[in-house]
Structure formats: structure tokens, C-alpha cells
Write a protein that binds this ligand. Structure first.
Ligand code: FES
Length: 172
């Protein structure tokens, strides 16, 4: 349940160039250290917001870690993103409480309105839609979060309205 795992090739072909120099400090800090794969990937994701393909190549060539090891870890853990994300990440809770309160309806309404599937980003890079596990406010089920905002006891229509309002604000 969460971001679809993605083809790891050519991820950044359509994206802005990646400034690989940003990685130097991180590599220096973790190179040769035991258990460094996850901190390296986390650090890189903090720098770029996701893990571009070029980052794997540089990490592998400069740390001696194998590409398959790096990709393996990045695709195993849901915390890692192999695709760029939108400016606003919509997290729709699909934990138990939200699931029984029809969280599916929220996700489906947003998928229809944004014309994307779960785990995808809108073409204008404004929104990424994600299903997540419990957001920790089950009494408000069904819940979604956008940035720091929490929206509870939602209906599909309300969720769509909230997202539309953000889009209107962004276009002003
Ligand atoms: S199950 Fe959705 S907030 Fe806990």
C-alpha cells in the first residue's frame, strides 16, 4: 500500500538536470561506513526530494557499493521515492479505521479529479497522491493530509474541493 514501485531506468530524463555535486558531503560522511546504504539513500532523497537515476550511479561509483544493492534497498522500503513528487503530497489514510470509514471513496474521487492513480504525480507537478497507513488521528476517519494540514471526516466531494482550492490558490 503506497507508491507503486517504479521502473528504475531513465527516471530523470524529463526532469531538470540533477546537481550531483550536492552529494559530495554525504558521500564523504558515509563512505566506507558499515550500514551506510540507508543513510546514503535517505540523505540523497532529502537533497533531491526523490532518488534520481544519476544519484544511484554516482553513489555506486564513489562508495564502492553495488548498484543492485542500492536499487534493491531503495525499491524495498516505501520511504524511498524513485520519481519526482508534486509540490503538494496528498496522503490518504488507508489504515483500519479509515478503511472501514470508506477511505477508498476518497482515493477514488481524488484519482478521478486529478486524473492520476495512487502513487502518481499530476502532469503540472502540483500534486502527488499516496495511500498511507494510519496517520494517527483515527477518530477523524477517514482522513487525508496535505502538507501539514489534516482533513478529517471527509467525503470524496470534500476531498476534491480541498484539492481544487489549493489549485486555485496556486494559480493566483
Ligand atoms: S486509520 Fe486513518 S488515521 Fe488512523
Amino acid at each position: 500500500m503506497r507508491i507503486a514501485r517504479i521502473n528504475t531506468k531513465s527516471q530523470s530524463i524529463n526532469d531538470e538536470p540533477v546537481d550531483l555535486g550536492l552529494l559530495d558531503k554525504l558521500i564523504k560522511k558515509y563512505k566506507g561506513k558499515k550500514g551506510n546504504v540507508i543513510p546514503l539513500l535517505q540523505g540523497a532523497q532529502e537533497l533531491y526530494g526523490y532518488l534520481p537515476h544519476e544519484v544511484f550511479i554516482k553513489l555506486a561509483s564513489e562508495t564502492g557499493l553495488s548498484l543492485s544493492n542500492l536499487f534493491g534497498v531503495a525499491t524495498f522500503y516505501a520511504q524511498f521515492r524513485l520519481k519526482p513528487v508534486g509540490k503538494h503530497i496528498i496522503k490518504v489514510c488507508h489504515g483500519t479505521a479509515c478503511h472501514v470509514q470508506n477511505a477508498n471513496v476518497i482515493s477514488e474521487a481524488l484519482e478521478d479529479a486529478l486524473k492520476i492513480k495512487d502513487g502518481e504525480t499530476t502532469e503540472d507537478r502540483l500534486f502527488t497522491l499516496e495511500s498511507v497507513a494510519c496517520l494517527g488521528c483515527c477518530s477523524l476517519a477517514p482522513v487525508m493530509m496535505i502538507g501539514d494540514g489534516t482533513y478529517g471526516k471527509l467525503t470524496g466531494n470534500e476531498a476534491v474541493k480541498i484539492v481544487k482550492n489549493i489549485r486555485i490558490k496556486e494559480s493566483n
